[in-house]
Ligand binder design. Structure first.
Ligand code: CA
Ligand code: CA
Ligand code: CA
Length: 131
């Protein structure tokens, strides 16, 4: 079999395949308006609904977590941290991380009292809970 023939058959295959794909697309397009008469409108309202839901959630988050550190104002009130500051003791670790991951004191910049702030120790791979 010559290379020319192989090339020809590939081109013919592509052409036939393309023709059928084109017919299939045309068919599904012509079917769309009859099967879903309000699809465009429905899609718009659906998108608006999702957008509104998202905006509501952002608004809600801003209301319940003023400093957006991951702890709700309610939680911060209980913990004694500032709901308006993501890093109450300014040690370089967010209140959320101090509570949930580091287990350090979010109200004390130097939890273990060794003279180095928690943020300094974490950045240097030291244990902020041990002197
Ligand atoms: Ca917060
Ligand atoms: Ca902190
Ligand atoms: Ca320390």
């Amino acid at each position: 079999m010559s290379r020319k023939f192989l090339l020809m058959s590939i081109i013919i295959l592509l052409a036939v395949g393309g023709f059928f794909a084109y017919r299939l697309i045309r068919q599904s397009k012509s079917n769309a308006p009859t099967s879903q008469p309000f699809s465009e409108q429905q899609r718009t309202t659906e998108a608006e609904k999702i957008k509104k839901e998202f905006e509501d959630r952002v608004k809600q988050a801003a209301e319940t977590d003023s400093d957006l550190d991951g702890l709700s104002n309610e939680e911060e009130k209980k913990l004694g941290t500032s709901p308006d500051s993501a890093d109450t003791d300014s040690d370089g670790i967010l209140d959320f991380d101090e509570i949930k991951t580091r287990k350090t004191n979010p109200l004390k910049a130097d939890t273990d009292g060794d003279g180095k702030t928690d943020g300094y120790e974490v950045r240097r791979g030291m244990n902020p809970l041990k002197k």
